[in-house]
Ligand binder design. Structure first.
Ligand code: AP5
Length: 217
């Protein structure tokens, strides 16, 4: 199965991808996670992406398309879920071309819909582990010991782009450049809107309902 998961910053894409992976055994390909890994490793790509990411604007299409098409090419044959890509219409067009050239297609486009107020609350409260990437929330998903990762005991950090000013900028970028991607997919595929304001397990159940129905078709 090939799934595209769309949604505003902080809609819960990464959280839901973990649930989907646990249930269906797909590979999670997150453009944001790949970029953060490149930054942590100090690669040329990571250095190029740094200032765009920190100010809440998109990294250039050329860089992202090459990076993600390569990640898809290297993916094992178990199906995958795309998180954070495509994020512009141009990226969506390039993804379609690349999949078509390999006789692949997208099976489901899921769109997590969330209110701006929920986004702000989720992002300013998010904490993550700089070592293993685990994601927590200061109220909704607390670690066993305050500020410490359950997996490896490392002190949790706040993402540099989760400050209120950058969150506002990321939301604006989303409206201008990523919402048109939803319209692009509506022209060629069914887009499943999911109410993502609910509790994470309820959101997962809505997603599983859609995916189970698709799997039966
Ligand atoms: P990226 O990392 O993709 O950021 P994003 O899309 O803004 O998404 P987030 O990771 O912030 O949020 P999420 O929806 O995954 O939410 P999460 O599950 O963590 O991109 C970062 C940057 O990289 C971009 O700004 C850009 O510069 C660059 N970039 C990436 N891809 C690009 C592309 N294709 N093109 C160009 N540039 C690109 O949840 C958030 C918090 O809420 C967590 O604390 C979680 O525990 C909590 N939470 C989640 N769901 C719930 C729930 N249902 N109820 C309560 N709490 C919840």
């Amino acid at each position: 199965m090939t799934i595209v998961l769309l949604g505003a910053p902080g809609a819960g894409k990464g959280t839901q991808c973990k649930h989907i992976v646990a249930r269906y055994g797909l590979l999670h390909l997150s453009s944001g996670d790949i970029l953060r890994r490149q930054r942590a490793e100090g690669t040329e790509l990571g250095k190029k992406a740094q200032s765009d990411m920190d100010s809440g604007v998109l990294v250039s299409d050329d860089i992202i398309v090459e990076m993600m098409i390569e990640a898809i090419r290297r993916a094992p044959d178990i199906g995958f879920i795309l998180d954070g890509f495509p994020r512009t219409v141009n990226q969506a067009v390039e993804l379609d071309k690349s999949l078509a050239s390999n006789r692949q297609d997208i099976d489901a486009v899921l769109n997590l819909k969330v209110d701006d107020r929920t986004v702000a609350e989720r992002m300013t409260g998010r904490r993550s582990c700089p070592q293993c990437g685990a994601v927590y929330h200061i109220r909704n998903l607390r670690p066993k010991v305050d500020e410490i990762c359950d997996n490896d005991g490392v002190k949790l950090v706040q993402r540099t782009d989760d400050s209120p000013e950058v969150v506002a900028h990321r939301l604006e970028t989303y409206r201008q450049q990523t919402e048109p991607v939803v319209d692009y997919y509506k022209k060629t595929r069914v887009v499943y809107n999911i109410d993502a304001n609910k509790d994470a397990d309820e959101v997962s159940n809505s997603i599983f309902e859609k995916l189970n129905a698709l799997a039966k078709v």
